[in-house]
Structure formats: C-alpha cells, structure tokens
Design a protein around this ligand. Structure first.
Ligand code: GLN
Length: 535
C-alpha cells in the first residue's frame, strides 16, 4: 500500500483505566514538538453510535468538537495536549461502524455478497483509520483502541490492526501496548506475568507489539525490563516505564526521559528532526506543581460522584490556575444537597462558584439557591450552559418577581418560559446528535466584562444544548441589570449574560471548557480565577 503517513496503534492490556489516552496524547505531543504533524483517533468498541446518548455516570463527559461531533472524553485530552482541533473522524464507535455497513447493505452496495464481520466490518474500520492519514495528510496518525485486549467486543479492531500492519508493511506502522505491572506489597515484588499474558493474547490474534509501556507504581529495575523484553519479544529499549505521577501533564516529560518518541521514530524509520520543543510546557508544569497561592472554587452539579463527568471543566481550572500561578482547589458539590438553610455554610469558604452543564430537572432547585447566594453576596460566578440558564431563571424569579419563571425543559407549562426550546428544536424526536452542536460565532458587546476578558469582539465557541434564553424576556432582564453581552450574529440567540454591577457574574450558553488547552488557557476561566483571588 502506497502511503507517506505512518500509523501507530495503541492497545491496552491487563485492566482498563491505565491511561491509554494520556500515553497517546503524550507521544503525540512529543512527536509534534519535534516538528511532525500528528493526530490521534479513538476507536470505541461499544454499540452507541456516539457517546452523546450516554449518561455521564456511564462514560464520563461527552466532549464536543468544532464540527459538532459528540465524542469520547479522551478527545479532550488530545486537544488539550496538542492544541489542535479534532473532528468527527477522530472518534469512531462500533455502533457507527455497524451503522454504515448496514446502511450500505440496505443500499445494495454489497449486492449478492454475504455481509460479515470479516471483511466488511474490518474494512470499514481500516477505511476510517486511513481516512485521517490520506484525506487530512498527517505525518503520523495515532489510533487508540478502546477497551482491553481479550475483550470480545474489541476483536474486530485488533484484526483490523493486524491487517493494516501487514498491508502497510515495513516501518510504516507499529503497535504500542500499555499494560500494568502490579506491585504485590505482601511479596514486596513487581509482577510481570499479567503483562506476559496480555502480550500472549495479542500474539494469539496475530499481533506482535513493537513497544510496551508498563504502568507501575514503583520504578522498574533493569532486570525487570530485560525479563519483559525477553518474554514478550520486544527490544529492551522498547520497554518503557510509566510511573504514577501527580499530574497528567507530567507524562510527556516522563515519556521523553524514557525516549518513547525516539524509539517510535526509529521503528517508523523517521528522522528525529530536532529535540522536542517543550519550553512552554515545562513552564506550565512548573506553575502547576509550585503554585504561589491557592483558591477554593466550588463546582455545583449533579454528577459530582464521578469527576470524569466534568473532565474538561476540571482541566480548564488546572490551565487557568497555572496562568494565575495559583492552585485551584475545586470542590464538587451535589446540588441536590443544597437548600436555603445550608447554602451559606456549604459555600462559606468558596471564592467562586461554577454551576455546571446538565440535563433534566433533578437538582435544579439547589442550583438556583446557589446562584441566588453568590449573586447576593457578590461572589464570582460562572454559569455554563444549564448554569447560565439557571442564572436567568433565578434573576427572573427573584429580581423581576416572576416567581413561576422556569425553563420549559423543567416545566413545560410554566407561566414564564424565560428559557425555552429553540425554534429549530421543535418537532425533533430523535435524541442522538440532534442538539445544537459544535462551533457557532458570537459577537460581544463593546466594553462588557466578556469583551475585556476575551480582548476582542468576535469569538467562536462550542455548543451542546436544546434550550435558549427566550428573547421576549431580554429587555425586561436588561432593564433590571442582567445584560445580554454575547449574541449570535446569525440567529440573534443570546449566548452570554452578565451582571455588570456584580464583582464577576457571567453565564455562557456555550461550553468554554472544550477549548481550554495547556498552550491556550481559556480567558473566561483565567479571568474568573483572577476575580476569585481578588486581582
Ligand atoms: N439542558 C439544557 C439544554 O438542553 C442545557 C444543556 C447543557 O448544559 N449542556 O439546553
């Protein structure tokens, strides 16, 4: 097969949650910092067409790309590490693969043939991996295979990788396998057997891994590395240690120490080009690890038991904290716990609150009580999507005196639908991929807080919602002191509200957290932290 793009496949063994996404992103970051164009793709073995229909408790946050794809949260890591956009093509699920094969079958594309897992499903997987390399012309495409080898549902992916390795030939692809080397405290020993077994599973499926990354809580001795190399058939410099670290942003530097990038480039027959340019990254990491001050921020939401549900918001605060040389202590507060009598106590030591995105009416009253408390007590407030909608409802109820004000999402027959279904959403019954999704432009009012925060008038942010601020209440809100300071120039939808008389009170209909990266911390988060620490 003719190709100039090289393909790296990242698989995982022994257990899930070893951090394949972070290893993929770290390797990509190192290659990028040597001057290569790199993208990362995630293949997920579940049958949902995308994770948009999954409860955050099931799968963590749903990350949204510029082009409006609802994707796995690992794509957020890819963007935060690489500072480049991903797209729908960067996340493919088994559901999407099967759906396109079945659609083709119905159209008659395979007329006369029996449609089978091999070759039709595997061909569709290969097509989607190659698409990124050939259509978007990257030097290296890193494809992360979700799940753990040995899982029944990832078999077609493993077979597709085997075929691609064979077809690409030579030094055009390689497999990085991430496993766990557990430490048995009772024996005082690190154990390599699970890794050996997991490599055997790959071998049974026709794949010899080229590089092994061993996740461990204790440093690996030379002997252990040699043993793994010998029993797993890899070169000894291709056995890479991935020791637990205090922040994910340290992983690229540890992988550089382990020469993961150099080993991968050598095996792909690519030149080293130059030393990785990581000055800004190292400075950022230094600020994360050595903050000069601390600030308590509370995130009010309802999926608080699973922090992954708010992954991008959490990471945005790491970026914004570093930009302010400040450690953000982010406390998760379940809004269902909040009532009129405990709100002051629950928020006593917080210097700023974020009301999180969300769906449905559970927990909404607690969010409204929290908004009222911070509005009245001049505590910095950032409302994101549902959080912005809560700010509008609270203001309408308590300042405009519209005690019945609500979103029609919560009360379809409310007397005052200050938040209402968008015109384009009326009549939509299918749930998957039908929200207002992806990047939309927004024009900021001159001299508003957000205008000075962004330092420009025209911005673009990503969306994921069905409801909007009802424009028929806009002038009432504005007269009473809640200004619409960001408007979509095409649809006139209100994208931002703020209260200029308040210390820092901003609600955004979009999701700024999807665009915060290490190299570009998001201005709203940076400015919010600045206000919270009183600067
Ligand atoms: N449920 C709200 C809507 O659909 C808010 C969505 C969100 O917070 N992402 O408009």
């Amino acid at each position: 097969m003719e190709t100039t793009t090289k393909y790296v496949f990242v698989t995982g063994g022994v257990t899930s949650s070893l951090g394949k996404g972070i290893i993929s992103a770290s390797l990509a970051r190192l290659l990028q910092s040597r001057g290569y164009s790199v993208t990362i793709q995630k293949l997920d073995p579940y049958l949902n067409v995308d994770p948009g229909t999954l409860n955050p408790y099931e799968h963590g946050e749903c990350f949204v790309t510029e082009d409006g794809a609802e994707t796995d949260l690992d794509l957020g890591h890819y963007e935060r590490f690489l500072n480049t956009f991903t797209s729908q093509a960067n996340n493919v699920t088994s559901g999407r693969i099967y759906q396109s094969v079945i659609n083709k079958e119905r159209k008659g594309d395979y007329l006369g043939k029996t449609v089978q897992t091999i070759p039709h499903i595997t061909d569709e997987i290969k097509r989607r991996v190659k698409f990124l390399g050939t259509k978007q012309k990257f030097d290296v495409v890193i494809t992360e295979i979700g799940g753990t080898v040995g899982d029944m549902e990832s078999l077609p992916y493993i077979e597709a990788v085997r075929q691609m390795k064979y077809e690409l030939g030579g030094n055009n692809s390689l497999v990085v396998h991430l496993t766990l080397v557990p430490y048995l405290a009772a024996a005082g020993e690190l154990k390599t057997k699970p890794t050996q077994h997991s490599v055997k599973i790959l071998l049974e499926n026709g794949i010899q891994p080229d590089v092994l990354v061993l996740r461990t809580e204790k440093s690996l001795s030379i002997d252990i590395r040699k043993k793994v190399a010998l029993f797993c058939n890899v070169e000894s410099d291709a056995v890479v240690e991935s020791l637990d670290v205090s922040t994910i942003y340290e992983v690229p530097l540890r992988m550089k120490d382990e020469k993961l990038d150099q080993t991968v480039l050598r095996k792909l027959d690519l030149p080293l080009k130059k030393d990785p340019e990581l000055k800004i990254w190292t400075e950022f990491l230094d600020k994360v690890k050595n903050p000069k001050k601390e600030v308590n921020i509370t995130l009010v939401g309802k999926y608080t038991e699973l922090p992954d549900a708010y992954k991008s918001i959490i990471e945005s605060f790491v970026h914004a904290g570093a930009a302010n040389e400040c450690k953000v202590r982010l406390k998760m507060l379940n809004s269902e716990r909040i009532n009129e009598s405990n709100v002051a106590e629950l928020l006593a030591d917080t210097k700023g609150i974020v009301v999180a995105p969300g769906f449905g009416s559970r927990g909404i009253e607690g969010k409204l009580i929290a908004v009222k408390y911070v509005r009245e007590n001049n505590i910095p407030f950032l409302g994101i999507c549902l959080g912005m909608q809560c700010a509008v409802i609270e203001f309408a109820r308590n300042i405009l005196g519209l005690t019945e004000a609500n979103s029609t999402e919560m009360d379809r027959h409310t007397a005052h639908p200050v938040i209402d279904l968008m015109e384009g959403q009326k009549g939509i019954v299918e749930k998957g991929g039908t929200m207002r999704l992806g990047a939309y432009p927004c024009k900021l009012t001159k001299k508003s807080r957000v205008h000075s925060t962004y330092g420009k008038e025209d911005i673009s942010e990503r969306h994921r919602h069905r409801y909007e601020l009802n424009n028929s209440y806009r002038s009432l809100l504005e007269e009473a002191g809640m200004k619409a300071t960001g408007i979509n120039p095409d649809s006139q939808l209100v994208e931002i509200v703020e209260i200029p008389s308040h210390k820092w009170f901003v609600g955004v209909q979009f999701h700024p957290e999807y665009k915060s990266t290490v190299l570009n911390p998001h201005p709203l988060f940076v400015d919010f932290i600045k206000a919270a620490i009183g600067e």
